[in-house]
Design a protein around this ligand. Sequence first.
Ligand code: NAD
Length: 489
Amino acid sequence: MATTAPALFGPEILDGKLYSGGWTAAGERLVTREPATGETLAEVGAAGPDDVRRAAQAAAEAQPAWGGADPHERAAVLLRAAEVLQANADELVSWIIRETGSIPPKADFEIDLATSELREAAALAPRVRGEAIPQPDGTLSIAQRVPIGVVGVITPWNVPLVLGMRSVAPALALGNAVVLKPDPNTPVAGGLSFARIFEEAGLPEGVLHVLPGGADAGQALCSAPEVGMVSFTGSTAAGRKVGATCGEHLKKVALELGGKSSFIVLEDADLDAAASSGAWGSFLHQGQICMASGRHLVHEKVAAEYLEKLAAKAANLPVGNPAAEQVALGPLINERQFEKVSSIVSDTIAAGAQVLAGGEGNAPYFPATVLAEMRPDMRGWREEIFGPVAPVMTFSDDDEAIALANDTEYGLSNAVFTSDLARGRRIAGSLRSGMAHINDQTIHDDARVPFGGVGASGNGGRFGGEANLEEFTQWRWTTERATPARYPF
Ligand code: NAD
C-alpha cells in the first residue's frame, strides 16, 4: 500500500456536501459517527428526494456521451480508478475501520476486492457483443446489448466499499450513468469515497452522482423515471419495498438480500479445521455479513467435541475498538443493531438454548456467542441475527441435515465440512442456495463469480464476472433493409 498519495478527503469536501455534478452544498447535513466511540467523524451532505430526482435527470443527460464513448476509454477510467483506490488504500482502510467498526483484515479485504471489481469491470467494457440474425430477404437484423441508461445503486453499511463497487464499476464500464445512495451509517466509505476515486480517475462530470441519504432518498431513486434499473443490497424487509416500488414503476430491479446460511459438519470432518471455519463464518465482522454462518448443523456423534472447540475459540476472541487495539471483534454498527442482537439472543436463551460462550453484550460490543440445544422454533434459529452468534443443532443423518438447512425462506450461501468429497458434493447439491462451499465456511466473494441468492435472499439477479454483462445491459433489436419495404396496402 502506498502512503505518499495526497489525502482523498480534505475538510472542505466532507463539509456538508453531496457529489452531484461536482461537489455541491446540501440543504441538510448527515453526521457520520464512529460506532466504537460515538465520536463524530464527519458531517456530509444529506440527500432528500428532490436531490435524487435532480441527480437522476442530470445522469440521464450525461449518459449518452459516456455510453457512446469508445469502450477502451471507459475501461481506462476504471483501471485508473483501481490505481487511485490502491494508492489511497491506507486512508480508505482507516475510514472503513472507523465508520463500520471492522477489524483491519476485513478492511484490507474490502480494498482488494473493490480493486478486483474495478479491474474485472474494465475487462468487460470492450466485450459487449450482439448477434446478427439471418433473414432470407437480406434484411440486416441485429440484436445487441446496450446500456440500461441510468442505474440506481442502494447499498448497506456492513461492507460498504465492496457492495457499492460490485454494482457501480460494472454499471459504469458498460456505459451507464450511476446514482449511488449509500447507507446513512457509512456515507464516506460507502459513498463519497466513490466520488473522489472516480473524480481522480477522470470520469466525466455528471456520470456518477453520490447521494448519502435514508429510505426516502432510496424510494425516490426507485420511482425516478430516468432510472432504468435499481441495484439494491440490504435487508429482505427493505428489499421487498424497493421491489414493490420498482414494480409499480415498471423498472428492472436486482435484489441482494438477507440470509440464514447453514454450516454443516459431518462426523468424518477434521474438527479443528471445522471449528476454526465455523468461528470465522459466524464471528467475522461481528456476524454482520449477509453470508454469515447463521446455523451450525453438527452430526450428533461429534457434536460434543465440536462444541467444546468452538466455545473455547469464542471465549478467547478479544472484543474492542479495532482502531485502537488488536481485537477480533469490533463494535456493532449502532444501538438499534445492538438491541436487536441482544433481544434475539435473550429470547432464545429464555426458550431453552444453552449458552456455551458469550450470551450478553455491553453496548456497542457483543461477544462471540455459542448457543447449543437449539430447536427450530427458536428466534435465534429462524431469524437473521446479524450479530456474532453461532446457534448449534445436531442431526443424525445426511437427509436430516439437508432438511434442517433448507427449512428457511433464505437461500444465500451454505457450507459442508467432510473428509468425503463425494458425500459433501451430494449434500451441497441438495441445499437450496445461490452458493455452496465444501470444506470451507459460508463467507466468500470473488469479483469473477456470479454472486447471489434465491428465495428471500434475492430475486435471482447475479453480480460478478460474466453475469454483469447480463445484469447491467439490455437487449435492443434493430433491422436495416437496403431497399424500402412494400406491403399489400
Ligand atoms: P437496510 O435494508 O436497512 O438498508 C440497506 C439500504 O437500503 C440503505 O441504503 C437504506 O438507506 C436503504 N433503504 C432502507 N429502506 C429503504 C426503502 N424502504 N426504500 C429504499 N431504500 C431503503 O439493510 P442494512 O441493515 O443496512 O443491512 C443489513 C442487511 O443487508 C442484512 O439483512 C444483510 O443480510 C443484507 N445484506 C445482503 C447482502 C447480499 O449480497 N445479499 C450483502 C450485504 C448485506
